[in-house]
Ligand binder design. Structure first.
Ligand code: HEM
Length: 386
């Protein structure tokens, strides 16, 4: 029997062989290590994302859920409660919120690049992507400057798991509690002095007299900080890694920045940082001759579905000329990523600046230190040489 262990460092390093084995021989697999079912075929994962009545998010969507988050925020509620929350937050995510970010992102990217000028080796994450993504998210959400580094440190800790105890450790829970206290402080400040930022907007947003209550504002803010900083930062690292590993794609993107959005889409398919989320069954369900029981947890392995040859031709090839329609890098259905337009814009602007300044780079280490996380997959350090 194959072993699917979301806490295993070997899975962090290379999940693709086991994904293939599961898709081919065990498409609906009970993992004793994860204590849940695992779906890996594109058709099954895409179906589960649409069928929220059966595959519920209300018991949490992170593989290791954080305390008191289930049932209280966007990713952890089902319709109709979810739709109400989403409409109120979406209200604040209108397109005009994005354009003001462009100047900030470019300036932050140029600033970071200036600081590594002349260095033959640097860490793409510490010296570039984390600085730029945190600045962008701070501006978007309206977080006061000054605590950037500690907020990022806590956001990255919150999404980690302990491979030994196989769950959240005390340091991860403490980081989450710190983030909630921090969010509480920021919300109070924004309410006292509302500006055009997201937190001011959604904490005051009203649709037909309906508003978010205190707990919803708090957990939505905490979720946006976590999702924004960790998902975007992790994705950028994976994108840079793909460009380092595929020099031809990198050269073409550097020569023609119009290709960067296609390379982003292909990276979301090929090597997404948001590898797997979970759901809980509201009823007994038959799939591939297995009976999954009401109350069982199910892992939706987006990273495996994105490499399914039943959906994508030659899926293990990184191909920026592919138009990977239907990839699940941003999930799908009612929970499809709310930050997708911002994430795509930020990734594009960051990489345009980076490739203009540093068109040629290579990995300095063949083995990477992977984030210990059952949900996300990205390196914690990405040393590059040029
Ligand atoms: C490239 C970077 C990103 C990736 C790969 C990503 C991926 C995802 C995925 C796969 C989901 C679905 C989770 C599920 O089905 O349970 C999701 C949901 C979500 N994401 Fe992102 N995300 C990214 C960036 C962002 C950013 C920058 C923000 C906010 C500023 C954000 C906010 C959210 C929110 C609020 C949800 C929950 C939506 C809902 O349940 O209705 N994400 N994201």
């Amino acid at each position: 029997m194959p072993v699917f262990d979301p806490y295993s460092p070997a899975l962090d390093a290379d999940p693709f062989p086991i994904y293939r084995e599961l898709r081919d021989a065990h498409p609906c697999f009970w993992s004793t290590h994860a204590n849940m079912w695992v779906l890996t075929r594109h058709e099954d994962v895409a179906h589960a994302l649409k069928d929220w009545q059966t595959y519920s998010s209300a018991s949490g969507n992170l593989m290791d859920e954080l305390p008191n988050r289930a049932g209280a925020t966007l990713g952890t509620t089902d319709p109709p409660r979810h739709d109400r929350l989403r409409a109120l937050v979406q209200h604040a995510f209108v397109r005009r919120n994005l354009s003001f970010l462009e100047g900030d992102i470019r300036a932050a990217a140029q600033d970071a690049i200036a600081r590594i000028a002349g260095r033959g080796q640097f860490d793409f994450i510490a010296d570039f992507s984390s600085l730029v993504t945190v600045k962008a998210l701070f501006r978007l959400l309206g977080l006061p400057p000054g605590e950037d580094a500690v907020v990022r440190e806590k956001a990255v800790l919150m999404v980690q798991s302990d491979p030994v105890t196989r769950g959240k450790g005390p340091e991860h829970i403490a980081a989450y509690q710190w983030m909630q206290a921090y969010a509480e402080k920021v919300i109070a400040e924004r309410r006292a002095n509302p500006t055009g930022d997201l937190i001011s907007q959604f904490s005051l947003a009203e649709i037909d007299g309906d508003r978010l209550d205190e707990r919803e504002v708090l957990l939505t803010t905490t979720t946006l900080i976590m999702a924004g900083i960790e998902s975007l930062g992790g994705f950028l690292a994976m994108f840079a890694l793909n460009l380092a590993d595929h020099p031809e794609a990198r050269r073409r993107c550097a020569a023609d920045p119009a290709l960067i959005p296609h390379a982003i889409d292909e990276s979301l398919r090929f090597n997404t940082s948001a590898q797997r989320f979970k759901r809980r069954l509201t009823r007994d369900t038959q799939l591939h001759a297995q009976t999954m029981r009401q109350g069982d947890f199910v892992c939706l392995a987006f990273g495996a579905a994105n490499r399914d040859e039943r959906k994508f031709l030659d899926p293990d090839r990184y191909d920026i000329d592919r138009r990977p329609m239907g990839h699940l890098g941003f999930g799908g259905g009612v929970h499809a990523c709310l930050g997708a337009p911002i994430a795509k814009l930020a990734a594009q602007l960051c990489m345009e600046e980076f490739l203009a300044a540093i068109p040629d780079f290579a990995r300095a280490e063949s083995t990477l230190p992977w984030l210990p996380s059952s949900t996300f997959r990205s390196p914690m350090r990405l040393l590059l040489t040029r």
